[in-house]
Structures are given as C-alpha cells and as structure tokens.
Design a protein around this ligand. Sequence first.
Ligand code: PMP
Ligand code: GLU
Length: 397
Amino acid sequence: MIQISERVTNLSQSQTLAMSQKSAELKAQGVDVINLSVGEPDFNTPDHIKAAAKQAIDDNFTFYTPVAGYMSLRKAIAANLKEINGVDYAPEQIVVGNGAKQALCNAVLSIVNPGDEVIIPTPAWVSYVEMVKLAEGVNVLVPAGIDQDFKITPAQLREALTERTRLIILCSPSNPTGSVYTRAELQALVDVLKDYPKVTVIADEIYQHINFTGSFTSLGAFPEIADRVVVVNGVSKAYAMTGWRIGFIAAPLPVAKAATKLQSQYTSNPSSVAQKAAEAAYTGSQECVEEMRKAFERRRDLVVSLAREIPGIEVNVPQGAFYLFPKVESYFGKKFGDKTIANDSDLAMYLLEEGHVATVSGEAFCLPGYIRLSYATSDDNIREAMRRIASALAKLK
Ligand code: PMP
Ligand code: GLU
C-alpha cells in the first residue's frame, strides 16, 4: 500500500476552498448556487496591470527570476510600504512568494521548531493552524467572540504567553470577521509583547487596503518590536489578483534569508510574469484600490442591514475585509424534517443544500457557533443570498 506521511495525513483540507469546490460542483449540476464561501474579490484585475503582464511576456520576462523575486519588484514593494505604513524596509527584507499564503508558510516554517507554541487568536483564517501543524508547532488558540468584537485583549495575550511561546499570528483587518485593531489596541498588545523578547509576530495585513475605518496601523510600525515583526501582504485582495499568486513577507533579515533558502528548494521563484504584473500594481495608479474599497464598504452596509433583519442571528459591524461572521447558535438543536442542526457545520451544509447559498462553518476558523459569509459579490447576489438564508432559517423548527 502506498504510504502517505503522517505530516500530510494529519493536515486538514482548506475548508474555504473545499466549500467553494462543493458549490462549483452543485453549479455544474445545474443548481443555482450563490457562492459566499471563498473570499476573493469579484472584480477583474485592472487593465493597466494586465497590460504590464502582456508586455512582460513580449519582453521575455520568461526565465527563472531571483528566488525572492525581481529586485525591481522588491524595491517597488519597499517603496509602497514606506508610503503606506511609514516603515523602512531594505529590498533584501522582502521575500515574494506564490501568494501571501506561501509567503506566510515560508515564515512559519522558518521560525517554528517542533514543540514551539504559537498563539493564534480565534476565529482565525483556516490555514494558520495547519501551517503550524506542518511546522510541528503547538497551536495555542485564544478565543475572542462577538461580545469582544472578535479582538483579543492584552490580558488574554499575557495569559496565553509562556516560556515556550515562539510566535503569534495576528490578522487585521481580520479574515473571517472583518474586525480591525485600532492603533491603541495594537499598542496595548505590543506593550505585553515587549516583555517577551523571544516571541516573533506575524502580522497578516493582506486586507490592509480593504478597511472602512479611515486609518490603519501596521504592526511593523511599532519600534519596540519592529525587529521581530514579519509583515505579510500581497496583491490578491487589494488589486483583485487572486489567481496571479503574488504575496510577500517584509521581515527581519534573518527570517527573510531563511524564507529565501526554503523557497529556493521548494518553488524556485514565483511566476515571472505575475511578478511584473504585481510591480505594475504597486507602481501604477492606486485609484483602482480605492474604487474597490468603496464598493466593499457599500456592500458591507448592505449585508449588515439585511443580516440584522434575520431573527436569531447576531452580527458585528465589520470594519474591513469582505466577511461577515454571524453568530448562529440559536438555530442549533432545531430541525428540518428529520434532520437536526447540531452545529455550524450542519447549518452551513443545510444552507447549501436547502438554501443554495455556500458559506463556511465557524468551526473551520476554530470558533464554532458562527458561519462566515464572504460578501465579495454583487449587490443583487447579496440581496438574493440573504433572502434565501432568511427563508431557509425560517423553515427550521
Ligand atoms: N491571509 C489571509 C487572512 C487570507 O484571507 C488570505 C486569502 N486566502 C491569504 C492570507 C492568502 O492570500 P493569497 O491569495 O495571496 O495567497
Ligand atoms: N482568503 C480566501 C478565503 O479565506 C481564499 C481561500 C483560501 O486561501 O483559504 O476564503
């Protein structure tokens, strides 16, 4: 019998991608499903970025690139980070990967030894705990429910830290909740971390530009801990470029070097053409980013107002990203025919099968009792999806 390693056997499949796949399969069978599962902008990549990619092919940017990405791209990223976050990075500190996902995984694998504890506030994006498992680290989950706007407190952080803590992964604006830590809230967490110099911080800022608060502070901008903060960002969300697979870390030099070494053995480099497209994204007009941000904000208002009309679900007002994370516990124990909804996975499956709306269970984000809706879709889809959800929930007795 062919052996599959324990390392991979013990990994969970990405639930966001699995739900999206299931929804695509139903669609292929002719079922009219509205997909609110996977989180990706529904906009096309802006034309000037596509043009740069076409030009890159004609200019023969078709060879292996430096492992960490073209120097011109890393310089463009460093300049962008200086402008938007006010933080100085040398291009050598930037390592471009195949999406923010690989960039992040490079960082986790570069930092975590077997048995090291990694603090993950939950709900958390599905891949963090799996990456830590890959690195044979120990996940220490710190739950923050809707009553605290899904943000951990300094006291919770202090409580979770031990001598064995090596890393914390923070995401703001958050997937799956849309919560955004204010500068003061981050400062309070930084004040705790100051007492733990061995702890590295991964700040996943991939939703930085989809922010409705009017202000954003990067965790990389706190001088007290700047020498141990790894910032993750990329073009997928801000520039509607999910399929191009370009993301990066901006990291202390030892982490950047380790991530580069790892990547040299794993993937060599991210796609040359996609890198040139990303360079155009960072150096070109930023108007497209603002236009899409505005659209997401309008949709946020729409989805929140519609969700508030549905009895038995509780929502916060997300301040960024494009997710809503309603609490749905009041439906547990209810029945549809002889089927009982025992938990959020059952509810997500019920909404897919009965309501033809694909969502993701809170359990996938390590916080049961909720479901995640991605509202990166048209206003019409949002209205129809919320109508279907309301009517499916009303059938539960
Ligand atoms: N971090 C978070 C919080 C995300 O939601 C995503 C999107 N899947 C990523 C990282 C990875 O982004 P990318 O598509 O660039 O790999
Ligand atoms: N960030 C998206 C999501 O959470 C994309 C899918 C993934 O990479 O998990 O749905």
